[in-house]
Design a binder for this molecule. Structure first.
Ligand code: 1CP
Length: 357
Protein backbone atom coordinates (compact mmCIF):
# COMPACT_ATOMS: atom_id res chain seq x y z
CA UNK A 1 0.00 0.00 0.00
CA UNK A 2 1.07 3.56 -0.61
CA UNK A 3 -0.17 4.62 2.79
CA UNK A 4 1.51 4.52 6.14
CA UNK A 5 -0.97 2.97 8.50
CA UNK A 6 -0.32 4.37 11.95
CA UNK A 7 -3.06 2.31 13.59
CA UNK A 8 -4.02 -1.27 13.04
CA UNK A 9 -6.54 -1.68 15.82
CA UNK A 10 -9.56 -0.23 14.16
CA UNK A 11 -11.75 -0.80 11.16
CA UNK A 12 -12.12 2.84 10.16
CA UNK A 13 -8.84 2.92 8.29
CA UNK A 14 -9.42 -0.38 6.58
CA UNK A 15 -12.90 0.51 5.52
CA UNK A 16 -11.51 3.54 3.72
CA UNK A 17 -8.96 1.40 1.93
CA UNK A 18 -10.90 -1.53 0.63
CA UNK A 19 -13.35 -4.18 1.61
CA UNK A 20 -10.97 -7.12 1.69
CA UNK A 21 -8.93 -5.53 4.42
CA UNK A 22 -12.13 -4.77 6.29
CA UNK A 23 -13.29 -8.34 5.97
CA UNK A 24 -10.01 -9.53 7.45
CA UNK A 25 -10.58 -7.34 10.45
CA UNK A 26 -14.08 -8.68 10.83
CA UNK A 27 -12.98 -12.28 10.63
CA UNK A 28 -10.02 -11.83 12.95
CA UNK A 29 -12.00 -10.10 15.63
CA UNK A 30 -15.05 -12.24 14.99
CA UNK A 31 -17.27 -9.23 15.25
CA UNK A 32 -18.61 -6.85 12.70
CA UNK A 33 -18.93 -3.33 13.92
CA UNK A 34 -19.24 -0.31 11.70
CA UNK A 35 -16.89 2.43 12.84
CA UNK A 36 -18.49 5.57 14.24
CA UNK A 37 -17.37 9.11 14.91
CA UNK A 38 -19.35 12.33 15.20
CA UNK A 39 -18.67 15.55 13.32
CA UNK A 40 -17.76 18.33 15.77
CA UNK A 41 -17.50 15.70 18.53
CA UNK A 42 -14.67 17.47 20.32
CA UNK A 43 -16.31 20.84 20.92
CA UNK A 44 -19.77 22.10 21.65
CA UNK A 45 -21.77 19.80 23.94
CA UNK A 46 -19.39 18.11 26.40
CA UNK A 47 -19.44 19.72 29.89
CA UNK A 48 -15.67 19.23 30.26
CA UNK A 49 -15.19 21.13 27.01
CA UNK A 50 -17.41 23.97 28.23
CA UNK A 51 -15.17 24.26 31.31
CA UNK A 52 -12.08 24.73 29.13
CA UNK A 53 -14.03 27.07 26.88
CA UNK A 54 -14.83 29.29 29.86
CA UNK A 55 -11.19 29.30 30.88
CA UNK A 56 -9.29 29.90 27.62
CA UNK A 57 -10.27 31.86 24.53
CA UNK A 58 -10.84 29.97 21.30
CA UNK A 59 -7.50 30.48 19.57
CA UNK A 60 -5.59 29.82 22.81
CA UNK A 61 -7.37 26.47 22.88
CA UNK A 62 -6.36 25.86 19.25
CA UNK A 63 -2.76 26.98 19.68
CA UNK A 64 -1.85 25.13 22.88
CA UNK A 65 -0.96 21.53 21.92
CA UNK A 66 -1.71 20.14 25.41
CA UNK A 67 -5.19 21.73 25.36
CA UNK A 68 -5.83 20.50 21.82
CA UNK A 69 -4.92 16.98 22.87
CA UNK A 70 -7.04 17.11 26.01
CA UNK A 71 -10.09 18.36 24.07
CA UNK A 72 -9.55 15.93 21.19
CA UNK A 73 -9.50 12.97 23.58
CA UNK A 74 -12.63 13.96 25.53
CA UNK A 75 -15.13 12.21 23.21
CA UNK A 76 -12.91 9.12 22.96
CA UNK A 77 -12.95 8.76 26.74
CA UNK A 78 -16.50 9.94 27.36
CA UNK A 79 -18.65 8.59 24.54
CA UNK A 80 -16.36 6.03 22.90
CA UNK A 81 -16.12 7.12 19.27
CA UNK A 82 -13.84 5.06 16.99
CA UNK A 83 -11.85 8.01 15.65
CA UNK A 84 -10.61 11.31 17.04
CA UNK A 85 -10.75 14.58 15.10
CA UNK A 86 -8.10 17.15 15.88
CA UNK A 87 -9.47 20.17 17.75
CA UNK A 88 -8.95 23.21 15.54
CA UNK A 89 -11.03 25.23 13.10
CA UNK A 90 -11.23 25.56 9.34
CA UNK A 91 -10.61 29.32 9.64
CA UNK A 92 -7.02 28.99 10.91
CA UNK A 93 -6.06 28.66 7.22
CA UNK A 94 -7.39 32.17 6.52
CA UNK A 95 -5.38 33.53 9.45
CA UNK A 96 -2.28 31.94 7.94
CA UNK A 97 -3.10 33.70 4.66
CA UNK A 98 -2.85 37.10 6.29
CA UNK A 99 -6.57 37.50 7.05
CA UNK A 100 -7.46 38.53 10.57
CA UNK A 101 -10.11 36.21 12.07
CA UNK A 102 -11.68 36.70 15.49
CA UNK A 103 -13.89 34.20 17.25
CA UNK A 104 -16.53 36.18 19.09
CA UNK A 105 -18.30 34.45 21.98
CA UNK A 106 -22.00 33.85 21.21
CA UNK A 107 -21.48 35.13 17.66
CA UNK A 108 -18.91 32.96 15.86
CA UNK A 109 -16.22 33.87 13.36
CA UNK A 110 -15.71 37.56 12.59
CA UNK A 111 -13.38 38.91 9.90
CA UNK A 112 -12.89 42.66 10.45
CA UNK A 113 -11.52 43.31 6.96
CA UNK A 114 -13.24 40.89 4.54
CA UNK A 115 -12.27 40.70 0.86
CA UNK A 116 -15.24 42.68 -0.41
CA UNK A 117 -13.58 44.36 -3.41
CA UNK A 118 -11.19 43.40 -6.20
CA UNK A 119 -8.56 45.77 -4.77
CA UNK A 120 -8.29 43.74 -1.59
CA UNK A 121 -7.44 40.46 -3.34
CA UNK A 122 -3.74 41.33 -3.17
CA UNK A 123 -3.90 41.26 0.65
CA UNK A 124 -4.17 37.47 0.54
CA UNK A 125 -0.87 35.60 0.69
CA UNK A 126 0.14 31.99 0.10
CA UNK A 127 2.08 31.42 3.32
CA UNK A 128 4.87 29.15 4.42
CA UNK A 129 2.53 26.67 6.07
CA UNK A 130 5.08 25.35 8.56
CA UNK A 131 5.74 28.89 9.81
CA UNK A 132 2.09 29.83 10.14
CA UNK A 133 0.36 26.55 10.98
CA UNK A 134 3.18 24.59 12.60
CA UNK A 135 1.25 24.80 15.88
CA UNK A 136 -1.43 22.51 14.37
CA UNK A 137 1.24 19.99 13.34
CA UNK A 138 2.72 20.17 16.84
CA UNK A 139 -0.76 19.63 18.33
CA UNK A 140 -1.26 16.59 16.09
CA UNK A 141 2.04 15.09 17.31
CA UNK A 142 1.12 15.60 20.96
CA UNK A 143 -2.38 14.23 20.39
CA UNK A 144 -1.03 11.14 18.60
CA UNK A 145 1.31 10.53 21.52
CA UNK A 146 -1.55 10.83 24.00
CA UNK A 147 -3.91 8.69 21.90
CA UNK A 148 -1.30 5.96 21.99
CA UNK A 149 -2.93 4.19 19.02
CA UNK A 150 -6.28 3.77 20.75
CA UNK A 151 -8.09 5.18 17.71
CA UNK A 152 -6.94 6.89 14.52
CA UNK A 153 -6.74 10.66 14.27
CA UNK A 154 -8.61 12.60 11.60
CA UNK A 155 -7.09 15.85 10.32
CA UNK A 156 -9.21 18.33 8.40
CA UNK A 157 -9.50 21.49 6.35
CA UNK A 158 -12.34 23.54 4.93
CA UNK A 159 -12.89 23.41 1.19
CA UNK A 160 -11.58 26.44 -0.71
CA UNK A 161 -15.15 27.51 -1.53
CA UNK A 162 -16.27 27.29 2.12
CA UNK A 163 -13.26 29.34 3.26
CA UNK A 164 -13.96 31.85 0.47
CA UNK A 165 -17.50 32.19 1.87
CA UNK A 166 -16.17 33.43 5.25
CA UNK A 167 -13.39 35.46 3.62
CA UNK A 168 -15.87 37.56 1.60
CA UNK A 169 -18.90 37.53 3.90
CA UNK A 170 -16.84 38.39 6.99
CA UNK A 171 -18.92 36.14 9.27
CA UNK A 172 -21.30 33.21 9.23
CA UNK A 173 -24.46 33.53 7.14
CA UNK A 174 -27.41 31.42 6.06
CA UNK A 175 -27.17 32.46 2.41
CA UNK A 176 -23.60 33.79 1.93
CA UNK A 177 -24.97 36.23 -0.63
CA UNK A 178 -21.80 38.38 -0.61
CA UNK A 179 -19.37 35.61 -1.65
CA UNK A 180 -21.85 34.33 -4.24
CA UNK A 181 -22.23 37.84 -5.64
CA UNK A 182 -18.46 38.37 -5.64
CA UNK A 183 -17.85 35.06 -7.41
CA UNK A 184 -20.44 35.73 -10.14
CA UNK A 185 -19.33 39.34 -10.61
CA UNK A 186 -15.57 38.63 -10.47
CA UNK A 187 -14.90 35.05 -11.62
CA UNK A 188 -11.24 35.81 -12.44
CA UNK A 189 -10.38 37.26 -9.04
CA UNK A 190 -12.37 34.46 -7.44
CA UNK A 191 -10.25 31.92 -9.27
CA UNK A 192 -7.07 33.64 -8.03
CA UNK A 193 -8.33 33.48 -4.43
CA UNK A 194 -9.52 29.88 -4.69
CA UNK A 195 -6.15 28.87 -6.21
CA UNK A 196 -4.27 30.40 -3.30
CA UNK A 197 -6.50 28.68 -0.75
CA UNK A 198 -6.08 25.40 -2.65
CA UNK A 199 -2.27 25.57 -2.65
CA UNK A 200 -2.23 26.47 1.04
CA UNK A 201 -4.65 23.67 1.87
CA UNK A 202 -2.61 21.06 0.01
CA UNK A 203 0.51 21.97 2.03
CA UNK A 204 -1.57 22.17 5.21
CA UNK A 205 -3.09 18.70 4.79
CA UNK A 206 0.27 17.19 3.82
CA UNK A 207 1.72 18.69 6.98
CA UNK A 208 -1.09 17.19 9.04
CA UNK A 209 -0.44 13.75 7.56
CA UNK A 210 3.32 14.11 8.12
CA UNK A 211 2.58 15.02 11.74
CA UNK A 212 0.51 11.86 12.18
CA UNK A 213 -3.06 12.39 10.92
CA UNK A 214 -4.31 9.02 9.67
CA UNK A 215 -7.21 10.29 7.55
CA UNK A 216 -8.20 13.79 6.45
CA UNK A 217 -11.65 15.22 5.88
CA UNK A 218 -12.49 18.22 3.71
CA UNK A 219 -15.48 20.16 5.03
CA UNK A 220 -17.44 21.81 2.24
CA UNK A 221 -20.12 23.21 4.51
CA UNK A 222 -21.46 25.77 2.01
CA UNK A 223 -21.05 24.01 -1.35
CA UNK A 224 -24.76 23.19 -1.26
CA UNK A 225 -25.56 26.89 -1.74
CA UNK A 226 -24.36 26.61 -5.35
CA UNK A 227 -26.11 25.19 -8.41
CA UNK A 228 -24.60 21.94 -9.74
CA UNK A 229 -22.67 23.72 -12.53
CA UNK A 230 -21.50 26.55 -10.24
CA UNK A 231 -20.48 23.88 -7.74
CA UNK A 232 -18.24 22.26 -10.35
CA UNK A 233 -16.63 25.60 -11.22
CA UNK A 234 -16.22 27.15 -7.78
CA UNK A 235 -15.91 24.20 -5.43
CA UNK A 236 -15.37 20.72 -6.81
CA UNK A 237 -12.60 21.79 -9.20
CA UNK A 238 -10.43 22.78 -6.23
CA UNK A 239 -11.45 19.88 -3.99
CA UNK A 240 -10.47 17.61 -6.86
CA UNK A 241 -6.99 19.14 -6.96
CA UNK A 242 -6.59 18.74 -3.21
CA UNK A 243 -7.73 15.11 -3.25
CA UNK A 244 -5.41 14.21 -6.11
CA UNK A 245 -2.46 15.66 -4.17
CA UNK A 246 -3.33 14.05 -0.83
CA UNK A 247 -4.86 10.67 -1.67
CA UNK A 248 -1.46 9.00 -2.02
CA UNK A 249 -0.52 10.13 1.49
CA UNK A 250 -3.71 9.35 3.39
CA UNK A 251 -7.34 8.47 2.73
CA UNK A 252 -9.50 11.55 2.12
CA UNK A 253 -13.16 12.00 3.06
CA UNK A 254 -15.13 14.77 1.34
CA UNK A 255 -18.12 16.10 3.26
CA UNK A 256 -20.25 18.45 1.18
CA UNK A 257 -23.31 19.70 3.05
CA UNK A 258 -26.27 19.74 0.66
CA UNK A 259 -24.07 18.49 -2.18
CA UNK A 260 -25.86 15.22 -2.99
CA UNK A 261 -26.07 16.37 -6.63
CA UNK A 262 -22.27 16.17 -6.88
CA UNK A 263 -21.80 12.70 -5.36
CA UNK A 264 -21.05 11.11 -8.69
CA UNK A 265 -18.31 13.61 -9.52
CA UNK A 266 -16.98 13.47 -5.96
CA UNK A 267 -16.61 9.70 -6.21
CA UNK A 268 -14.45 10.24 -9.31
CA UNK A 269 -11.96 12.43 -7.42
CA UNK A 270 -10.35 9.40 -5.82
CA UNK A 271 -11.62 10.24 -2.36
CA UNK A 272 -11.89 7.19 -0.09
CA UNK A 273 -15.06 8.35 1.62
CA UNK A 274 -17.98 10.70 1.02
CA UNK A 275 -19.96 12.35 3.81
CA UNK A 276 -23.74 12.38 3.34
CA UNK A 277 -26.27 14.67 5.03
CA UNK A 278 -29.82 13.72 5.96
CA UNK A 279 -31.37 15.26 2.85
CA UNK A 280 -30.09 12.28 0.84
CA UNK A 281 -31.24 8.72 1.50
CA UNK A 282 -28.74 5.87 1.81
CA UNK A 283 -30.15 4.32 -1.35
CA UNK A 284 -29.75 7.53 -3.37
CA UNK A 285 -26.28 8.12 -1.94
CA UNK A 286 -25.15 4.63 -2.97
CA UNK A 287 -26.72 5.05 -6.40
CA UNK A 288 -25.31 8.54 -7.05
CA UNK A 289 -21.82 7.71 -5.78
CA UNK A 290 -21.61 4.66 -7.99
CA UNK A 291 -21.50 2.03 -5.26
CA UNK A 292 -17.74 1.68 -4.87
CA UNK A 293 -16.86 4.38 -2.36
CA UNK A 294 -17.25 4.33 1.43
CA UNK A 295 -20.13 6.48 2.66
CA UNK A 296 -20.34 8.30 5.97
CA UNK A 297 -23.35 9.83 7.71
CA UNK A 298 -26.16 10.79 7.83
CA UNK A 299 -28.28 11.08 11.00
CA UNK A 300 -29.95 14.46 11.42
CA UNK A 301 -28.09 16.05 14.38
CA UNK A 302 -31.35 17.43 15.77
CA UNK A 303 -32.73 13.88 15.93
CA UNK A 304 -30.31 13.17 18.77
CA UNK A 305 -32.96 14.94 20.86
CA UNK A 306 -35.28 11.93 20.27
CA UNK A 307 -35.85 9.49 23.14
CA UNK A 308 -32.92 7.09 23.48
CA UNK A 309 -35.04 4.11 22.41
CA UNK A 310 -35.81 5.91 19.15
CA UNK A 311 -32.14 6.79 18.57
CA UNK A 312 -31.30 3.11 18.94
CA UNK A 313 -33.90 1.91 16.46
CA UNK A 314 -32.98 4.72 14.01
CA UNK A 315 -29.32 3.67 14.10
CA UNK A 316 -30.28 0.05 13.38
CA UNK A 317 -32.36 1.21 10.43
CA UNK A 318 -29.56 3.45 9.19
CA UNK A 319 -27.01 0.62 9.22
CA UNK A 320 -29.47 -1.64 7.45
CA UNK A 321 -30.02 1.05 4.81
CA UNK A 322 -26.35 1.94 4.17
CA UNK A 323 -25.17 -1.63 4.66
CA UNK A 324 -22.47 -3.04 6.88
CA UNK A 325 -19.78 -2.73 4.29
CA UNK A 326 -18.08 0.51 3.23
CA UNK A 327 -20.03 2.51 5.78
CA UNK A 328 -18.88 4.80 8.59
CA UNK A 329 -21.65 5.87 10.96
CA UNK A 330 -21.82 9.62 11.65
CA UNK A 331 -24.27 12.50 11.78
CA UNK A 332 -25.23 14.38 8.64
CA UNK A 333 -23.61 17.56 10.04
CA UNK A 334 -21.99 18.68 13.29
CA UNK A 335 -23.45 17.74 16.67
CA UNK A 336 -25.49 20.56 18.23
CA UNK A 337 -24.56 22.26 21.50
CA UNK A 338 -27.83 21.24 23.20
CA UNK A 339 -27.46 17.47 22.80
CA UNK A 340 -27.34 15.63 26.15
CA UNK A 341 -24.14 13.59 26.51
CA UNK A 342 -26.27 10.54 27.32
CA UNK A 343 -27.95 10.82 23.91
CA UNK A 344 -24.63 11.17 22.07
CA UNK A 345 -23.39 8.11 23.93
CA UNK A 346 -26.58 6.20 23.12
CA UNK A 347 -25.93 6.91 19.43
CA UNK A 348 -22.42 5.45 19.69
CA UNK A 349 -23.56 2.49 21.82
CA UNK A 350 -26.35 1.70 19.36
CA UNK A 351 -23.71 1.19 16.66
CA UNK A 352 -21.66 -1.08 18.91
CA UNK A 353 -24.75 -3.04 19.99
CA UNK A 354 -26.05 -3.39 16.45
CA UNK A 355 -26.91 -6.96 15.58
CA UNK A 356 -27.23 -7.74 11.94
CA UNK A 357 -30.64 -8.87 10.82
O1 1CP B 1 -15.40 28.48 21.56
C1 1CP B 1 -16.07 27.71 20.88
O2 1CP B 1 -16.44 26.59 21.33
C2 1CP B 1 -16.43 28.16 19.51
C3 1CP B 1 -17.15 27.16 18.70
C4 1CP B 1 -16.23 26.46 17.73
C5 1CP B 1 -15.64 25.19 17.86
C6 1CP B 1 -15.74 24.25 19.03
C7 1CP B 1 -15.83 26.97 16.51
C8 1CP B 1 -16.18 28.29 15.97
N1 1CP B 1 -15.01 26.06 15.88
C9 1CP B 1 -14.88 24.94 16.67
C10 1CP B 1 -14.05 23.74 16.40
C11 1CP B 1 -14.20 23.06 15.09
N2 1CP B 1 -14.64 23.65 13.95
C12 1CP B 1 -13.83 21.71 14.78
C13 1CP B 1 -13.07 20.70 15.64
C14 1CP B 1 -13.53 20.33 16.91
C15 1CP B 1 -14.91 19.76 17.04
O3 1CP B 1 -15.01 18.55 16.93
O4 1CP B 1 -15.79 20.57 17.34
C16 1CP B 1 -14.15 21.49 13.45
C17 1CP B 1 -14.01 20.18 12.68
C18 1CP B 1 -14.65 22.70 12.94
C19 1CP B 1 -15.01 22.86 11.54
C20 1CP B 1 -15.75 24.06 11.13
N3 1CP B 1 -15.63 25.35 11.58
C21 1CP B 1 -16.66 24.07 10.06
C22 1CP B 1 -16.99 22.87 9.21
C23 1CP B 1 -17.98 21.98 9.86
C24 1CP B 1 -19.38 22.52 9.95
O5 1CP B 1 -19.86 22.64 11.08
O6 1CP B 1 -19.97 22.83 8.90
C25 1CP B 1 -17.14 25.38 9.91
C26 1CP B 1 -18.14 25.88 8.90
C27 1CP B 1 -16.48 26.18 10.87
C28 1CP B 1 -16.59 27.63 11.05
C29 1CP B 1 -16.99 27.96 12.44
N4 1CP B 1 -16.11 27.97 13.48
C30 1CP B 1 -16.79 28.24 14.64
C31 1CP B 1 -18.17 28.40 14.31
C32 1CP B 1 -19.24 28.75 15.28
C33 1CP B 1 -18.28 28.20 12.94
C34 1CP B 1 -19.56 28.26 12.13
C35 1CP B 1 -19.91 29.67 11.82
C36 1CP B 1 -21.16 29.80 10.99
O7 1CP B 1 -22.25 29.80 11.58
O8 1CP B 1 -21.05 29.90 9.76
Amino acid sequence: SLFTIHNTNTTIIYILFNMNALNEVIINKNTKINPIWIMRQAGRYLPDYIKLKNKYDFFTRCKTPELVSEITLLPIDQIGTDAAIIFSDILVVLQAMNIEVEMKPNFGPFIPNPIDSKEKVKNIITPNVTDKLGYVFEAIKVTKRDLNDRVPLIGFAGSPWTLFCYLVQGSGSKTFDKPKGFAFANPKETEIILEKITLTTIEYLKGQVDAGADVVQIFDSWGGLLSPSDYSEFSLKYINRIVSEIKNYAPVIIFGKGCWFALNEMAKTGASGLGIDWSCSARNARYLSGGNVTLQGNYDPAKLLSPISKIKSDVGQMINDFGKESYIVNLGHGILPNIPVSHAKAFVDAVKDYKSL
